[in-house]
Design a protein. Structure first.
Lengths: 602, 367
């Protein structure tokens, strides 16, 4: 049997950040009456507080829409939302694997941007049918004809007939649904085969355990079946199957091939339901799993420590919970002489790092100290062995190092031509290697650079945005390793080395960076009862130095009968404040000092 | 029962100085009169309630002198009567040298006032202007003359350190002025930018001397006054021998005092309490609010360490019946090594360098 499930369409929406993906999703939900008007709020699918605040999508979200098309038939449309930012490409990849088509949104005023292309190529890699949509036609600067031509020229997909819509006003959004029905192929009917369902997401629910989001490729699954995870072999008794609705979960009797839905089976740990794994049944197991996703490797690492050592267990629990929903997050325990017990965590990029940090702080109410992010360096030793270092503390004795390699990325920067000079300066400054420049049209160039990853993980994107007034867009992918002259910088406070502040850097950058770090530390370490020398050293050689002078004045000049209680409280508060600082040898360092070193951009 | 100190708060000022966060405001005559009546009423009821004798009386503010000699004399007489204050008591009135009523000091002297505290802040007219002080140097000179000719010899001048654009030279000229006036007592305060004051809002535009400069000024002041016969006895207070403020010493010795008036605080029978910051409420008979217990070792140490005599073993034994605890001694030794304090058989005493960072040291020692 190889007929099709004619009434089902599975699709994602892909777009460059800010091109209106979440707004269009909102309109589609409204048009299909998936949400009661009174429940409608903006960016409905972005239900994480952080997503709404930052206006970005971090996690994939899925929702089933019922759509009565112009042909009179009712279709089951499964929308799987995707993040836009480069850090989250793996999430995009997960979503796309569960679909047959992708709606490509292009801003009618901005045209193609870096992530438009990156995400389109990802979709084409998954053999998806692309449904182009020109959005934001309500903008005064909108030029849908030019943008449609650009899509045809640059991406090579037919676009001249693409719907011109305004997700904001709702204009012509209905045409998008029609296009989805028309262009996205229905899934194959493989109901007669053994079950194979791809896990594209999972969330942890304290009542039901792990809720597994799947796309069923072959066969079917229903409550009472014994599901088996093909990677781990773990088996669970299926409690419930159902569909994701916009604001709730809707149980169903059975999920069959072509459908998108959820399964609950009292699964206690997320590691038992790994995203990318294939679900089959113990009763009638499939022989081969579905191809998994491209494995995501963390590229940026940093130490995360609880500000209060007593929170170590809480931090571990929180990381464990976050990892349930975020396969790209990795962590393992580490110990720092300066910071005590914490975790070495791996992230996809700096945005990912920031988001995890914010979620830990907000959702789990933790006070954290984060160390300087690092990438993975390959250090070739004179004995011909190679060590991989993601923690500066493990940097080998320079005398044993033959040479070192650092990871580089191939990056594309899209920008109006007038900013090319500024971008080139920036890339030059970041040790970039110019690879070429292509004019996409008269208003837009594609600059190709090879850049060391450690040059872009701190603040590259922010600086790029500010130097191009927000016009440039940026995307990158790992290219490999290249030789680099690296040094490890150590920070000494009052003569004691603070391991948590050490970092690895290209030798060319060592001096200016060392000076700025010393300055920043000086600004952020309060004066104490003695003078504190701040030294930045390579090996034993000090290359930058500042001094925090001894505190001289901290006194209540006036103290009479009036308010003894208040004065007492003031002293008490002062003492409390000191407890919140980290004690390094004799020196007390506030958390802000760590943050200041982390964020050197100015 | 020990004699207590009696404090009366007069929350009125002719104008508000931009650095001041004390409870004070401009007022009309009727309010001032009603307020004075309320003070006399509260004095009487507190006397009945506590049945205590006072041996110091301090009228502070605000600007008590704004009430005028007659009203002040009425209040002082009432206090003397109710709290059996005898002629040997120290009775202080704070005065603003500007727009004083003629003959006020004669009236105060007749009422038994033995000490006048004048808010000088600076003897340099340009600095005085920045601080919102109205009188000029010559006016102050004549006020001091009239205090003395009224027969009040114990005069204290308030001096401020760390004034915008101030430096050691301008401080020295102010101190020279005080010395030349041969006053018996000088209080030297480091300016603190208080929340909600005009100075706080202006902070960025005021060119305030930095911590190092102010610290140097402070050390200079201590030495300079010392060399001119003014002995330091508290972080901010200097006196010729025998002219230390007996009333204020009660605070630092953790002794009992009763405060009458809006925003006035009391410590009596182990309890702290205060009248709310409302003159209207005070006039209408609002009752004081409790502010917990007082007088434990931490509090006693915090106050005593402000004195040059420091936390004295003998006094501590008398007051609380214990010796300085080992852990406090141990923490003190760390600071002693760096010259911030002296810790010996007599007790723990902060040095001048230690006074400058006394918040850090005291909070470390007592918590």
């Amino acid at each position: 049997m190889s007929d099709k499930k004619e009434n089902i369409r599975n699709f994602s929406i892909i777009a460059h950040i800010d091109h209106g993906k979440s707004t269009l999703a909102d309109r589609l939900l409204e048009l299909t009456d998936s949400v009661a008007i009174r429940d409608m709020e903006e960016q409905l699918l972005d239900n994480m507080e952080l997503e709404r605040e930052r206006g970005i999508t971090i996690k994939a979200h899925a929702v089933k829409l019922d759509y009565k098309a112009n042909d009179g038939k009712t279709y089951e449309l499964n929308l799987i939302d995707t993040p836009g930012h480069v850090d989250f490409n793996y999430e995009v990849s997960r979503s796309l694997a569960a679909c047959e088509g992708a709606v490509l949104i292009v801003d009618a005023s901005q045209g193609i941007e870096a992530q438009t292309l990156a995400n389109t190529y990802l979709a084409l890699d998954h053999n998806l049918e692309i449904v182009p949509v020109i959005n934001k036609i309500d903008l005064p600067a909108a030029d849908p004809e030019r943008v449609a031509q650009e899509v045809e020229d640059v991406i090579g997909i037919p676009c001249l007939e693409a719907p011109r819509v305004s997700a904001k006003t709702g204009e012509n959004v209905g045409a998008v649904l029609e296009e989805i029905v028309k262009l996205v192929p229905p899934p194959e009917n493989h109901d007669d085969k053994p079950l194979r369902a791809l896990i594209f997401d999972s969330i942890y629910d304290s009542y039901r355990g792990v809720i597994v989001y799947v796309r069923v490729m072959d066969g079917s699954i229903k409550p009472g079946d014994t599901m088996r995870m093909m990677a781990t072999g773990a088996e669970f008794n299926v409690v419930e199957t159902g569909y994701m609705r916009a604001t709730s979960l809707e149980p169903c009797k059975c999920l069959s091939s072509g459908e998108v839905g959820y399964i609950t089976a009292s699964i206690k740990t997320v590691s038992d339901a790994r995203v990318g794994d294939t679900v089959t049944t113990a009763e009638n197991p499939a022989s081969e799993p579905l191809p998994g996703y491209r494995k995501v490797n963390p590229m940026v690492f940093c130490g995360i420590y609880p500000a209060d050592g007593a929170d170590y267990e809480n931090l571990r629990d929180a990381l464990e919970k976050l990892q349930l929903n975020d396969a790209a997050l990795s962590y393992e325990p580490e110990t720092s002489g300066a910071l005590g017990f914490g975790f070495r965590c791996g992230f996809l990029g700096l945005l990912h790092l920031e988001i995890i940090q914010e979620r830990l702080e907000r959702e789990y109410n933790l006070d954290l100290v984060t160390t300087i992010p690092s990438v993975i360096y390959k250090i070739h030793l004179t004995d011909k062995s190679v060590v991989e270092i993601d923690n500066p503390c493990n940097y080998p004795d320079p005398a044993t190092v033959d040479f070192a390699e650092e990871p580089v990325v191939e990056s594309h920067i899209y920008s109006p031509p007038e900013y090319v000079g500024a971008i080139m300066d920036l890339c030059q400054d970041r040790r970039g290697n110019y690879e070429g420049m292509t004019y996409l049209d008269a208003d837009r160039v594609d600059l190709k650079y090879t850049l060391p990853l450690n040059e872009i993980i701190y603040d590259f994107f922010d600086v790029l945005k500010s130097r191009t007034r927000g016009y440039a867009s940026f995307d990158y992918e790992m290219k490999g390793y290249q030789k680099a002259t690296l040094v490890k910088l150590d920070v000494l406070l009052n003569g004691d080395m603070i391991d948590a502040l050490s970092f690895i850097i290209h030798s060319e950058k060592a001096y200016p960076r060392a000076r700025r770090i010393a300055e920043r530390l000086k600004e952020n370490i309060p004066r104490q009862m003695f003078e504190i020398p701040i030294q930045i050293a390579i090996g034993g050689k000090v290359i930058a130095r500042e001094t925090v002078k001894a505190m001289r004045k901290d006194v209540l000049a006036k103290c009479y009968g009036g308010d003894i209680t208040r004065k007492k409280k003031l002293l008490e508060k002062q003492k409390e404040g000191k407890k919140r600082m980290r004690q390094f040898g004799t020196v007390e360092v506030p958390q802000e000092a760590f943050m200041a070193v982390l964020k050197l951009d100015d | 029962m020990n004699n207590i100190g009696l404090y009366i708060h007069i929350p009125f000022c002719a104008s508000k100085c931009p650095y001041c966060d004390f409870y004070s405001f401009r007022s009309d005559e009727a309010t001032r009169e009603k307020y004075a009546e309320a003070v006399i009423r509260e004095l009487h009821s507190a006397a009945g309630k506590y049945g205590r004798t006072a041996d110091t009386l301090y009228l502070g503010g605000g600007t008590p002198s704004l009430l005028g000699g007659n009203i002040l004399a009425d209040i002082i007489e009432a206090a003397k009567r109710d709290f059996r204050i005898d002629s040997g008591a120290e009775i202080t009135v704070e005065c603003n040298p500007h727009s004083l009523e003629n003959g006020i000091f004669e009236k105060l002297k007749a009422a038994g006032v033995s000490r006048i505290s004048l808010g000088l802040q600076s003897a340099n007219d340009s600095e005085r202007k920045r601080l919102g002080r109205r009188a000029d140097r010559s006016e102050i000179e004549s006020v001091i003359k009239s205090i003395k000719s009224a027969g009040i010899d114990n005069i204290s001048l308030d001096v401020m350190l760390g004034i915008p654009d101030g430096n050691i030279d301008s401080l020295k000229s102010t101190l020279d002025f005080c010395i030349s006036q041969d006053v018996s007592h000088i209080s030297g305060y480091i300016l603190k930018i208080e929340e909600g004051t005009p100075f706080e809002k202006l902070q960025g535009t005021l060119s305030l001397p930095d911590d190092d400069a102010v610290s140097d000024m402070y050390l200079f002041m201590c030495e300079y006054l010392d060399s001119h016969g003014y002995k330091q006895y508290e972080i901010s207070n200097f006196a010729k021998r025998g002219s230390e403020s007996r009333h204020n010493l009660k605070y630092w010795n953790c002794e009992e005092y009763l405060g009458i008036g809006a925003a006035a605080h009391s410590f009596i029978d182990g309890k702290r309490f205060y009248y709310p910051r409302s003159a209207e409420g005070f006039i209408n008979g609002i009752t004081p609010e409790a502010d917990g217990e007082g007088g434990d070792l931490g509090e006693y140490a915090m106050l005593r360490l402000r004195l040059t005599d420091g936390l004295d073993e003998g006094e501590l034994k008398k007051k609380i019946g214990i010796s300085i605890p080992d852990n406090m001694r141990k923490k003190a030794e760390k600071y002693a090594a760096d010259g911030y304090l002296v810790s010996d058989g007599q007790g723990i005493r902060l040095t001048r360098k230690g006074f400058l960072v006394s918040n850090t040291i005291i909070s470390e020692l007592i918590y």
